[in-house]
Design a protein around this ligand. Structure first.
Ligand SMILES: Cc1cc2nc3c(=O)[nH]c(=O)nc-3n(C[C@H](O)[C@H](O)[C@H](O)COP(=O)(O)OP(=O)(O)OC[C@H]3O[C@@H](n4cnc5c(N)ncnc54)[C@H](O)[C@@H]3O)c2cc1C
Length: 379
């Protein structure tokens, strides 16, 4: 075993840290308050190569390990959970399926734009009647000569209003069960592709989330990703990678709780001494610090397995479950440490407390992860 990041990874972490401190920290509260997508940040991250750092160089990426991407996601989330979430999402749910299942033409068309942050992607799987139960989807795609015609409604789709490309799922053969689900790369502006208003959300408000309707939406047949019937496999593969992203995002949030709790408890004086001198507060901080280390090991292990070409699906579920729940626990404690001040709008910990909830829901709820983990343990 070798518990050490490479020099390159340490350097990237420290560069992203400096970048986030300078460019993201000052606007993170405003992004949240105005529910604003930070386009200028993604433009800069694209210029710095951070949007495609682990994509192959031939598609405009940096050619590093996937773990490096996750380190970037963690560090961004420490300052702004919305930015970190969208960073991990772009890799796991958009870039990964195109790279893994796309043909050369599809990779050349979409990957360089994604790698440089010039293109935004969306992953459209969830439907009003099909959340955890993905198989219950009703969207359909019917082949018609050189095209497919899609009909159906997707909901809670991140980036829908910004997306240049949708990685979207629909049944081409309902009678075949999940083996009849297919995946399409749908370009923005396709006829019959309708994106709804942004939902108003509790947290991660710098990301846009909308309904997407396919109303006799026509796409060329070469938009099919993989083969007909590969859709469910592609969706699960993307979610496996996306879950490591949520775990890294959660670790960044937990680290931010620790940062804030250490800072505040040293500054806040009650009973003529900083509250950091009280054992009750020290125990909160000790638990936080321990869990941040554990969370980091969990997501890094899952990412490392992926980089080694080993099975990582179970490790991704465990990391997602552990990191999101531990971050949620510590946002509660971080608000507690700041008392009434932590409860006020504008307190960073108040934002973290709301942001973290998505991590227990998106890309498979905690209950869905427990189903996967228990299924493996009891096999
Ligand atoms: C901000 C945000 C962004 C999102 N972005 C995207 C996106 O870009 N693309 C996309 O496709 N989806 C997206 N989603 C959807 C997300 O993946 C779903 O919300 C999630 O999978 C849960 O589905 P659901 O909301 O329908 O809840 P449901 O599936 O209805 O679950 C409700 C509750 O029941 C529990 N439950 C369900 N089934 C079981 C069971 N068998 N055993 C035990 N408990 C169970 C769940 O864990 C949950 O607690 C997003 C969601 C949010 C909130």
């Amino acid at each position: 075993m070798y518990f050490k990041l490479s020099e390159e990874q340490e350097l990237i972490r420290s560069n992203v840290h400096e970048f986030a401190l300078k460019h993201i920290e000052p606007i993170a509260a405003e992004i949240d308050a105005n529910s604003r997508y930070p386009a200028e940040i993604f433009e800069k991250l694209g210029e710095l190569g951070m949007m495609g750092i682990s994509y192959p160089a031939e598609y405009g990426g940096g050619g590093t390990e996937f773990l490096t991407t996750m380190i970037v996601t963690e560090e961004l989330s420490r300052f702004c959970a919305s930015t970190g979430f969208l960073h991990g999402y772009s890799f796991g749910l958009v870039g990964h399926p195109i790279l893994t299942f796309g043909n050369e033409e599809q990779k050349k068309k979409w990957m360089p734009g994604l790698a440089t942050g010039k293109f935004v992607g969306a992953f459209a799987l969830t439907e009003p009647g099909a959340g955890t139960d993905v198989r219950a989807a009703t969207s359909s795609a019917v082949k018609n000569g050189d095209s497919y015609i899609l009909n159906g409604t997707k909901t809670f789709i991140t980036n829908a209003s910004l997306a240049d490309v949708f990685v979207a799922f629909a049944y081409t053969d309902r009678s075949a069960g999940v083996k009849g689900m297919s995946c399409f790369l749908i370009p923005k502006g396709s006829p019959g592709l309708i994106v709804g208003e942004h939902f108003d959300k509790m947290g991660v408000r710098g990301s846009y989330t909308s309904e997407v309707v396919f109303k006799d939406c026509i796409v060329p047949a070469d938009c099919l990703l993989g083969k007909e019937g590969d859709g469910f496999k592609i969706a699960m593969s993307a979610l496996d990678v996306g879950r490591i992203g949520i775990a890294a995002m959660s670790t960044g949030i937990a680290q931010a709780c620790l940062d804030e709790s250490v800072r505040y408890s040293k500054e806040r004086v009650q009973f003529n001494k900083p509250i950091a001198s009280q054992q009750a507060i020290q125990w909160f901080i000790a638990n936080m610090s321990t869990d941040v280390d554990a969370a980091r090991f969990m997501y890094m292990y899952a990412a490392w397995l992926k980089d080694q070409g080993k099975p990582f699906s179970l490790a991704a579920s465990k990391a997602k479950l552990f990191c999101s729940e531990c971050a949620a626990r510590h946002t509660t404690k971080a608000v507690q440490i700041q008392g009434g001040y932590g409860f006020m709008k504008g307190a960073k910990v108040e934002r973290l407390y709301r942001d973290v909830k998505l991590a227990e829901i998106g890309e498979g709820t905690s209950e869905a992860q427990r189903m996967i983990i228990a299924g493996a343990a009891l096999r």
